[in-house]
Design a protein around this ligand. Structure first.
Ligand code: SUG
Length: 450
């Protein structure tokens, strides 16, 4: 069955960390981001960790690509807030008067590609094409700045209209608050087969109020994306996050659940009524896909919510191996926590489809609340669609070597908040991005290149 059906593959599209990676404390409801606020960062290590993670997937024979970083600081965004003069004057004034705005405009948050868009594979959609909706990310200003460039790059990478349909981001209004694939799980007997899609939201009629941590995804947004993508209603399930999970720091569903093909790993406190939610998922899967869905539900007693959030166990990548079976690419933190590490050993020894576990160090990203799964957008592609996409961003061992050398040459190994105002950081970053476009054969994709 299944795993050896290679008429479609899952491409993991990773966001490359940009040269201004820093700790702004900007992530709402994101405990790690708050905890590491204003610490000194290491952009070079961050980028190299991301590349090393990609290398693990490439070595496993999994299709891997990169999404280029965006230009930061985004000076026009600061101009829109009333800072004037030439670029240096704008940045200097922002650094003096509103350092949090400069931090937001300098965030390399596009590295968390799971928030770039929601993607529905061609096998699931009414017109048999792959549909993408870039996330509007309106819950946080620094993230909303990503959307226009993300949409443009996705159009460039997946250009062929026979295969790909690009929707506009949802309206920039609270009721349509959308955080993309981080709140979306696709399950199917194989990547190539028609599947079901789970859309997870944090609030429906009104955003959570009071002292609780905010929820970022609205039900309206999830419903709208499902409608735009032409998904049939009997293959879609909407699940509401539990308050307990959001309050424990589960600001996206991918912090508490991960699925791949016919396997779903989920914490028992993930949803408002997890038992009912999982019954609905099972029922939907059985009715439309046939066959068995394996659901591994982790009890609070086994791994408490706060431990799940601290280790980001569920932010592992669950990927199908070319020879069959699945690998779990988990954060190194999971192996440092006895209960979680023991649970992983148990998973491997059991009869689940998981046949390999790889712990990866992405600590620079983890300190901003981004684990292995946050760093990638999953794009299930038929083989002709894979051949039709932009080939320059596809990773090979040699391409990864080139990227590593490029990072070593251009990235700083230390960045404090005050450095964001340094004019030479902007010059260095532009030089780096300019070279990157040549490396990835992207032509002129940054506004400073036009
Ligand atoms: O939106 N962190 C991101 C992390 C996103 C993780 N993505 C997924 N779970 N898929 C966020 O909270 C912190 C940036 C800072 O504090 O400098 C930040 O934006």
């Amino acid at each position: 069955m299944g795993n050896n059906d290679i008429t479609a593959v899952e491409l993991n599209l990773d966001g490359l960390v940009g040269p201004t990676h820093h700790y702004g404390g900007l992530g709402v409801g994101n405990l790690a981001s708050q905890r590491h606020r204003h610490e000194v960062s290491n952009p070079r290590a961050a980028a190299l960790e991301g590349i090393a993670k990609m290398r693990v997937l490439v070595d496993l024979g999994i299709a891997q690509a990169v999404l280029p970083p965006q230009e930061r600081p985004l000076v026009p965004a600061l101009r829109n807030l009333g800072f004037t003069g030439d670029d240096t004057a704008v940045v200097t004034a922002a650094a003096r008067e509103a350092p949090d705005f400069l931090s937001a405009a300098a965030s390399t948050s596009s590295m968390w590609a799971a928030n770039a868009a929601t993607v529905s594979p061609a096998a699931d959609t009414a017109d048999g094409r792959l549909h993408l909706t870039p996330a509007n990310l309106i819950s946080q200003w620094h993230r909303s700045l990503e959307t226009p460039q993300t949409a443009a790059v996705l159009r460039q990478l997946f250009a062929a209209p026979d295969h790909f349909v690009h929707h506009a981001p949802l309206p920039a209004a609270l009721s349509f608050a959308d955080e993309g694939a981080a709140n979306h799980i696709r399950l199917a007997p194989t990547h190539a087969a028609a599947g079901i899609e789970l859309f997870v939201y944090g609030w429906d009629t009104a955003p959570r109020a009071g002292s609780q941590l905010p929820a970022r995804q609205s039900l309206t947004a999830s419903q709208t994306v499902a409608r735009l993508h032409g998904l049939s209603a009997d293959r879609v399930v909407f699940l509401r996050q539990s308050d307990a999970a959001i309050d424990a720091g589960v600001f996206h569903n991918d912090v508490i659940a991960v699925g791949n093909e016919n396997l779903l790993l989920v914490h028992e406190q993930a949803y408002a009524d997890t038992a009912a939610a999982l019954a609905a998922v099972r029922q939907c899967y059985q009715a439309t896909c046939g066959g068995e869905l394996t659901v591994i539900e982790v009890a609070e007693q086994e791994i408490p919510l706060d431990v799940a959030v601290a280790t980001y166990l569920f932010n592992s990548q669950l990927v199908t191996l070319p020879a069959g079976g699945m690998a779990l690419i988990c954060p190194a933190e999971c192996r440092e926590q006895p209960a979680v590490s023991g649970w992983l050993d148990h998973l491997l020894a059991g009869d689940s489809p998981v046949t390999a576990i790889h712990a990866v160090n992405v600590r620079q990203s983890m300190h901003n609340g981004g684990g292995p799964a946050c760093l990638r957008l999953r794009v299930v592609l038929s083989l002709p669609a894979l051949a039709a996409m932009h080939q320059g961003v596809l990773m090979t061992p040699a391409k990864l070597d080139q990227l590593e050398a490029w990072v070593q040459q251009h990235y700083r190994d230390r960045l404090a908040l005050a450095d964001l105002a340094d004019p030479s950081l902007r010059t260095e970053s532009r030089q780096a991005l300019d070279e990157l476009t040549a490396l990835l054969d992207l032509g002129c994709c940054y506004s400073f290149q036009q």
